[in-house]
Ligand binder design. Structure first.
Ligand code: CA
Length: 223
């Protein structure tokens, strides 16, 4: 899952990035409304965390920019309670939910997960393919009785592949959803991670799960 954090306060922005990355999210950041709106229209994020008061464009203007470009990316707004005019209906403005500052990371994470679980994007805490089970809440993976230990990046990659089981996922899609914008798209980092994932989840006498589709990408399937 790839998130965008649009927040002008450096401390909050960096805190969010680090804390969300610890939860295996890929995180891009923007420090003003202009850059945030630009990135949100350019990339296909799974969720945007948007501060209300921002330089250049405020949160509502950014949200309006995103919605008018035809993107339905869920938006979680951060706001100081007194800043929100209660006459404004946030949901009519295209905001999916909001959290008031100061917030605790556990509260924010609960909201993020709740939004990502909404049926329109079909998010489940636990995904199962054959006897491979990935649990997002517990950040755990197992195959049969065997616990599998993955790096954060391997976990995100496997989660993305499992959520798209049965369909071919291209390198571009993986780049877009699992890696952040600072990654080098020409490096062999995806191949390396796929190779490592296979070593960990493809076990002797078990059915093969990750398939390469020559020239197109990868597919998780039970063939
Ligand atoms: Ca602010």
């Amino acid at each position: 899952m790839r998130l965008l954090v649009i927040e002008d306060e450096e401390e909050t922005r960096e805190f969010l990035k680090v804390a969300l990355e610890e939860q295996s999210f890929a995180v891009d950041t923007a420090c003003d409304g202009d850059k945030g709106a630009y990135l949100a229209r350019l990339n296909d994020y799974d969720l945007i965390i948007l501060d209300h008061i921002l330089p250049l464009k405020d949160g509502f203007e950014v949200c309006n920019d995103i919605r008018s470009s035809g993107k339905h990316t869920p938006i979680l707004m951060l706001s100081v309670k007194s800043e929100i005019d209660h006459k404004i209906n946030l949901f009519e403005q295209g905001i999916d939910d909001y959290v008031t500052k100061p917030f605790s990371m556990s509260e924010l994470l609960a909201r993020v997960r709740a939004i990502l679980r909404r049926p329109k994007i079909l998010q489940e805490d636990e995904i199962t393919i054959d006897d491979l089970v990935l649990n997002v809440q517990k950040q755990s993976v197992s195959r049969g009785d065997k616990k599998i230990y993955l790096t954060r990046k391997e976990f995100s990659l496997l989660e993305y592949l499992m959520r798209n089981a049965g369909t071919v996922v291209s390198r571009g899609m993986i780049m877009e959803h699992v890696w952040d914008s600072e990654s080098d798209p020409f490096s062999n980092t995806i191949e390396t991670h796929i190779l490592n994932l296979r070593k960990k989840i493809e076990l002797p006498k078990k059915r093969k799960i990750i398939h390469s589709v020559p020239g197109r990408g990868y597919k998780i399937d039970l063939l």
